[in-house]
Design a protein around this ligand. Structure first.
Ligand code: ADP
Length: 410
């Protein structure tokens, strides 16, 4: 009898097992408990005599029992040492019915011609609890990380919005600064211009006035007229500069309202030619087709007059005496083309790309009076009215400016 065998050898077993901290339960081939150590008794809450001779099932929760039997049998057949459970959780049941997680290792052996299995059992309640706590802590940590990540994401979004706002503000400030700078530049230019460009004509006017005053005799009318013409020309010149500046300021502040009206092209041309004739140099003439069929233009008349006067004025100024200025008009289907060509000093190649820039004056023009404003204004106006302007020029040969405008003839 196996039980007997163990009883006889109890002392030996006791000495061997009692020292073990794991619970030791030995069963025979029928799963009858033949011996247990103290650790196992403490673990399951039984007294020794209660377990000896009892079926192993007494230590296994009900729901695992059926299963356990099969396992046990196949295990006995293979008779090998192994860990129980295989990934499943194992439970033991105490005398008071409490279940607790265990880890069990099975060791089959033979003694006295019988087969036995020694189970080494460890109560893993504490380990499981620790694992559960670790899992809980991990879950808590993950939750916190999620919250922190979201917070960080929100902060980054806030920062991005703030950066965008600041960039926008910076752009506005830069623009304001640029406008302020341009206005200051305009004022500075105006002051330096007044001191330079006004000085010569004003002293010319003064001289002519002083001289005219001296011709008191009736027959000296011709001499008086000569000086009065000089005065008129110089006043005209100063007036043009002031007009240019006023235009510039209005263009700058976006205060130009174009007044589109229907008017006669011939009337406009006559006006422009009449005013230009007054400023012609000795021997200069303006050639234009005065038999041209009249037509009605729909444009801002004053601005168009300013544009054409400016171009013809430049041709007069930058051409020598005894030269011809050609003023040609080509009415096309939906547009009208104006050409002003001269036989003057032309524009040096290297300066040509800057000619429409404000205040720019070509190198060969510096000895003539001027501000470098006119062409800039002309270009802005022409483009505002839906037109284009370009020029061709060869130094010492002449220049040709071409303005194309939509002819909104109604
Ligand atoms: P300003 O005549 O007061 O200098 P503009 O803006 O009218 O200013 O002209 C800019 C520059 O273009 C002139 O200084 C001159 O160098 C050049 N320019 C304009 N028209 C002519 C022309 N018909 N012939 C030669 N140079 C010209």
């Amino acid at each position: 009898m196996p039980l007997e065998f163990f009883k006889e050898n109890e002392e030996v077993f006791n000495t061997l097992f009692e020292a073990a901290s794991e619970g030791v339960v030995v069963v025979d081939a029928e799963q009858i408990i033949v011996t247990v150590n103290k650790a196992a008794l403490d673990m399951f809450g039984y007294k020794k005599e209660e377990l000896l001779g009892a079926h192993l099932n007494i230590l296994i929760p009900k729901k695992y029992k059926a299963n356990h039997h099969e396992h046990f049998d196949s295990f006995m057949e293979h008779s090998e040492k192994r860990q129980m459970g295989h990934g499943r959780e194992l439970f033991g049941v105490k005398k008071n019915g409490d279940q607790f997680p265990v880890e069990a290792g099975l060791n089959p052996f033979r003694a006295g011609g019988e087969r036995f299995v020694m189970s080494l059992i460890v109560d893993i309640t504490v380990r499981k609890e620790n694992q559960r706590q670790i899992r809980e802590l991990n879950a808590e940590l993950e939750g916190k990380i999620k919250i922190r990540t979201q917070e960080l994401r929100n902060t980054v979004e806030d920062l991005e919005q703030e950066i965008a706002k600041r960039k926008e503000a910076e752009k506005r400030i830069k623009l304001a600064l640029k406008q302020e700078k341009e206005l200051n530049e305009l004022k500075t230019k105006f002051l330096s211009l007044v001191s330079h460009e006004f000085k010569t004509p004003l002293s010319g006017i003064l001289t002519s006035a002083v001289l005219a005053e001296k011709y008191t005799q009736t027959e000296q009318q011709e001499k008086r007229t000569k000086h009065l013409t000089t005065i008129k020309n110089k006043v005209h010149y100063l007036n043009n500069i002031l007009n240019d500046f006023l235009s510039l300021e209005r263009l700058e502040s976006g205060n130009v309202n174009y007044k589109y009206t229907a008017f006669s092209l011939n009337k406009l041309v006559n006006e422009v030619i009449y005013n230009a004739n007054v400023t012609l140099k000795y021997g200069q003439e303006i050639e234009y087709d005065n038999d041209m069929k009249d037509l009605t233009l729909y444009q801002d008349e004053k601005i168009l007059e300013l544009v054409l006067s400016n171009l013809i004025g430049n041709s007069i100024k930058y051409s020598p005496e005894d030269s011809t200025i050609f003023f040609r008009i080509y009415p096309k289907d939906k547009k009208i083309i104006f050409e002003v060509e001269d036989e003057g000093m032309g524009i040096p190649k290297k300066d040509q790309k800057h000619i429409f820039e404000r205040y720019f004056r070509a190198e060969n023009a510096l000895l003539k009076q001027g501000t470098g404003i006119g062409l800039n204004i002309v270009k802005v106006h022409v483009e505002n009215m839906g037109g284009t302007i370009f020029f061709e020029s060869v130094e010492n040969k002449g220049s040709k400016f071409t303005v194309t405008l939509p002819n909104q003839n109604r």
